[in-house]
Design a protein around this ligand. Sequence first.
Ligand SMILES: [Zn+2]
Length: 277
Amino acid sequence: MKIFISADLEGINGIAAPEDVEEVGAGYQQARIFMTEEVNAVIDGAFAGGATEVVVCDSHNISQNIKMELLDERAQLLRGDTRRNSMVHGLDASFDGLILVGYHAKFGTQHAILDHTFNPTTIRDLSVAGVSVGELGMNALFAAEKGVPLLMATGDQALSAEAKAFDPEVETVIVKYAEGRFCANCLPRTTTQRMLRDTAEKAVRAAKERKPVAVPANPEMKVTFQQVNLADGAMRVPGTKRIDSMTVGIGAENMDALMALRQIVFGAGSDFYNPLF
Ligand SMILES: [Zn+2]
């Protein structure tokens, strides 16, 4: 049984503020260790639950966060960016389940640590087939199209709620509670590592009975940017249409193509970013 783990940083226990997740930040080196510990707990639980192969996709920023010298030796690690499929690169139909570790709520969520949707300075909202999605929803739809169900998601209480709204069957672990956007009430690390291990074991053991959510055919994506000029920039991508002043829409034959298009549309928009206006 093959399990794919996509690991982000904002939803890891002990992470509360931007300084914890930026490479130059005071808390970043410590955050890398916390992230690796949580991924290890999930790997251990996955193998206990029947996994025979685990692939970990380092998925925060430039994807060089996990400390490989501390990573469970049984897992493979996908490290580094410039990938076609971003946070779920390498996930294909051969996998039996997806686990999202250290994820966070979508942009604009109240009582959520470091809420954002891919890029907080440029992206306000993302929707697929008319449903607003965060990183969890986008990546889980990509997996579902390949027949791979979302087994488990971990982060703060807002991320847990977002996961349950996406699919009530998903197992979640709440490792911290948001007191504000940059203030977390963190549970003891040993406690959350035990919860992560036990829940991963349970989720992987039940993987065969899980069905992925339905995925719309020919999905349309709408991107609402933070500035009008960003939407102007995105309109240079062939096939886009203007929905409103800050929203651009584009369709694709499937989620696989849409995932690649998302990065192109975001990038074309970001070219026109202005930090003042
Ligand atoms: Zn991140």
